[in-house]
Write a protein that binds this ligand. Structure first.
Ligand SMILES: Cc1cc2nc3c(=O)[nH]c(=O)nc-3n(C[C@H](O)[C@H](O)[C@H](O)COP(=O)(O)O)c2cc1C
Length: 218
């Protein structure tokens, strides 16, 4: 494809969203229950990695950053995800414990957006999740200085071999690896509709922890 045609392809690509739409009466009063409904539909539709979310944080200059992580629990407490506390996101969250996430369930013409504060999970919660991971992933958490420059891939292979020898049996959780909980102040459910007149509903958390639901213009 020529450069011109490639640009036209991006500019002119359009999908009509002929979906049934979303009505207030179909929404659960709890955004967590509504999220699980849509998640189950994403699973049933065989979407790749339906628990993947793009999570945005800001650095100390206020410059936003974002990356994909896998959500491992969604309940009334919030959305849990895991990684390296010394990584870029770990440092950003430590300095500014707030984040925004989006689940891009594009094949269903849907997205869910979540904004809120971020808490570090308790040691017991991180230990429990770490213990449930496959051994290779556990060793990888030790071997990778996530987000640090490395000279070569061999650095990782050598670290992996060293840590496998150090932990022939149970692998301890590295102190620099664990989880966070995004505690939502809002959820937004977006359903694509024809003519770009999509349906959007935002749940906002009230002081008494109940949720109000507002329809937003697309
Ligand atoms: C599908 C997918 C799932 C991922 N899941 C995670 C995850 O659960 N935790 C994690 O730390 N990084 C995960 N990553 C890698 C992150 O996107 C990112 O590269 C890494 O966390 C370093 O980001 P940072 O430098 O902003 O900290 C995933 C990437 C992809 C594409």
């Amino acid at each position: 494809m020529s450069d011109d045609r490639r640009h036209d392809h991006v500019r002119d690509r359009r999908v009509q969203y002929e979906t049934a739409g979303l009505d207030l009466e179909h929404l659960d009063s709890s955004p967590v229950t509504q999220w699980h409904r849509w998640y189950n539909e994403a699973v049933e539709a065989d979407l790749p990695e339906p628990n993947a979310m793009v999570i945005g944080t800001v650095d100390t200059d206020g410059l936003p950053d974002s990356r994909v992580v896998l959500v491992r629990a969604v309940d009334d407490g919030g959305l849990c995800f895991y990684g390296n506390y010394q990584s870029a996101k770990g440092q950003q969250i430590a300095a500014t414990p707030m984040a925004a996430a989006v689940f891009p369930w594009l094949a269903l013409h849907r997205q869910v957006r979540v904004r809120g504060r971020v808490e570090v999970l308790s040691v017991a919660e991180s230990d429990a999740y770490f213990a449930s991971r496959p051994r290779d992933s556990q060793l990888g958490a030790w071997a990778s200085p996530q987000s640090e420059p490395i000279s070569d891939r061999s650095v990782l292979d050598e670290e992996l071999a060293a840590v496998a020898a150090r932990f022939p049996g149970v692998v301890d959780r590295p102190p620099h690896w664990g989880g966070w909980r995004l505690v939502p102040v809002s959820f937004e459910f977006w359903q694509g509709r024809p003519s770009r007149l999509h349906d959007r509903f935002r749940y906002s958390r009230q002081a008494d922890n109940s949720w109000t639901i507002t329809r937003l213009a697309p």
